[in-house]
Design a protein around this ligand. Structure first.
Ligand code: MLC
Ligand code: AMP
Length: 504
């Protein structure tokens, strides 16, 4: 029986070779990966997780957590990773919407999660980041040689929630072939081989760290240093033993602030990849001047995996995201009419290919609204294609803030702020931020005699929203600027707040 994604991973696995090395020097070979993911897959089966069932996972980053993703592939389950920053209030929505059979959480959070899971009929097990928790306890008693469940290219492998411009988050359904086709393309395009050692410092609950970084390593039989989180000092310490780094722009901004970054430290590296948010041309330039290395910027999204990349051999141009990847069709159209635009004309970026997801979980209307009749997915990103074929992202058609590579939909934050006592209304915007790229900023109108201030707004959001979604600053004004149609003019607010984090 064949399992589309895991057969490919198994085929690339080199038994005694290192797959993962952690900061404490612990090594996981490919054989150990096969054994533990097999034991965990058997555990899932024992816990009545059937093919197609969702397994929701909110745990700290660890090799075992990655093995759980692989176990889900092998057991035919649908992996549903959740940002560790999500609060219980946020979790309640995800569990209610996805109806997972099993929720895996940390021992610390288990009590709160159990009460939510019970409401939605889900079972709970725990996993911590140092090899403990009830799930691994069960796995130890299982045989390592699990017979993988048959899964075809179109079967679901994962659901990743992505915030919605209106209303609640949407679950992007990704198939085995979405993941496999994209990872194989990237292995080839970026020349990954078994001699590579990647510094993996991204979280593993999003596309970038989970699929781009981990799947590329697995499918090229390479190895990775697995860091619990990004730390510039640790990354620089490991750099002389590594060949590649994948990161969000904030990684590069922080590396540049570190005195340890130099030509010598980076000399053995063959590839620095940046994505998930715009990399400033200035960062690109400074990184080149300091290290002699040219960052390769690429563009993707949860729904589509990776769409474009600057070339490996050709010129990597700052401020562009390169060319459509092999097999990916990309066009720029007039957002209203859908008519294709010419060279250098700005419009909506649309993509089609084996990388593009199957739709939003249980939201057929939303899915339909974001696809054209000819199968192109409407990304919500505004861009243009220059005369050499390089794609430029010039803005967003969607009201979205990207902070340190995390997406925040203003609507969600505004809704929570507006619920606070003493608040009349609010507008949430992204303002240039030297570290996070954009800083979530709330512009708020309060009732005349209320005592609510900046601290009270932040305090009020603490239990409601993940930390990264919370405004870095709250600014009070008398009235929000509106156009003739009554729409809040966020561009006016962005202009008046533009120096909030950068000074000047
Ligand atoms: C942490 N904080 C953030 C934040 N990350 N605030 C805004 N934006 C973020 N991204 C909060 C912390 O809770 C803390 O709050 C304060 O900011 C400072 O924390 P820190 O210690 O400086 O942050 P750190 O833990 O170092 O995290 C920063 C980071 C991390 C950039 C390393 O956010 C990160 O790893 N981002 C990567 C996100 C990612 O993988 N995106 C890919 C999505 S996939 P306080 O108040 O407690 O001090 C995708 C598709 C594609 O987009 O194309 O790839
Ligand atoms: P997410 O929904 O978290 O997957 O984020 C996807 C969004 O991140 C895209 O729609 C883009 O707006 C943005 N993005 C990803 N890569 C880049 C990039 N290299 N440059 C600019 N924006 C990017």
């Amino acid at each position: 029986m064949s399992n589309h994604m895991f057969d490919a991973i198994r085929g690339a696995a080199r038994p005694d070779a290192t797959f993962i090395e952690t900061l404490d020097g612990r090594v996981w070979t490919y054989d150990e990966m096969l054994a533990l993911s097999g034991r965990l897959a058997a555990t899932l089966e024992k816990l009545s997780v059937r093919p197609g069932d969702r397994v929701a996972v909110q745990v700290e980053k660890s090799p075992e957590a990655l093995m759980l993703y692989l176990a889900c592939l092998r057991a035919g389950a649908v992996y549903l990773p959740l940002n560790t920053a999500y609060t219980i209030a946020e979790l309640d929505y995800f569990i209610g919407d996805a109806e997972p059979r099993l929720v895996v959480t940390t021992p610390d959070a288990a009590e709160g999660v159990r009460s939510i899971a019970a409401k939605h009929g889900a079972h709970v097990e725990t996993l911590d980041d140092s090899g403990g928790g009830s799930l691994l306890g069960l796995a130890r008693d299982m045989a390592p040689d699990f017979a993988d469940v048959a899964r075809g290219p179109d079967d679901l492998a994962a659901i990743l929630y992505t915030s919605g411009t209106t209303g609640r988050s949407k679950g992007a359904m990704l198939t085995h072939d979405n993941l496999l086709s994209n990872a194989l393309t990237l292995c080839d395009y970026w020349r990954f081989s078994e001699t590579d050692r990647l510094i993996h410092a991204l979280p593993i609950f999003h596309t970038h760290g989970l699929f781009v970084a981990s799947n590329v390593i697995l499918l090229s039989g390479a190895s990775m240093f697995f860091l619990p989180k990004f730390d510039a000092g640790e990354v620089l310490r490991l750099m002389p033993q590594a060949t590649a780094l994948m990161g969000v722009p904030t990684f590069y901004v922080r590396l540049l602030q570190h005195e340890g970054l130099s030509r010598e430290t980076a000399a053995g590296m063959r590839l620095f990849v940046s994505g998930s948010a715009p990399l400033l041309a200035e960062t690109h330039k400074r990184f080149r001047a300091t290290t002699g290395q040219v960052i390769l910027e690429r563009y993707g999204m949860t729904e589509t995996n990776m769409n474009t990349s600057n070339p490996y051999d050709g010129e990597r141009i700052a401020g562009t995201v390169g060319f459509p990847l092999p097999g990916v069709s990309l066009r720029v159209v007039d957002p209203e009419t859908g008519t294709a635009l010419g060279v250098d004309e700005t419009g909506m970026i649309e993509v089609k290919g084996p990388n593009v997801f199957k739709g939003y979980w249980r939201m057929p209307e939303k899915t339909q609204a974001e696809f054209r009749a000819d199968g192109f997915f409407i990304t919500g990103d505004l861009g243009k294609i220059d005369e050499k074929g390089y794609v430029h992202i010039v803005g967003r058609g969607k009201d979205l803030v990207i902070s340190g590579g995390y997406n925040i939909y203003p609507k969600e934050v505004e809704t929570e702020i507006d619920l606070l006592p003493g608040i009349i209304e609010s507008a949430v915007i992204g303002v240039p931020h030297p570290d996070f790229g954009e800083g979530v900023t709330a512009v708020v109108v309060r009732e005349p005699d209320t005592a609510i201030d900046e601290d009270a707004v932040r305090e009020g959001l603490k239990e409601r929203l993940a930390r990264y979604k919370q405004p870095k600053r709250v600014i009070f004004i008398d009235a929000l600027p509106r156009n003739a149609m009554g729409k809040v003019q966020k561009n006016v607010l962005r202009e008046s707040c533009k120096s909030l984090y950068t000074g000047g």
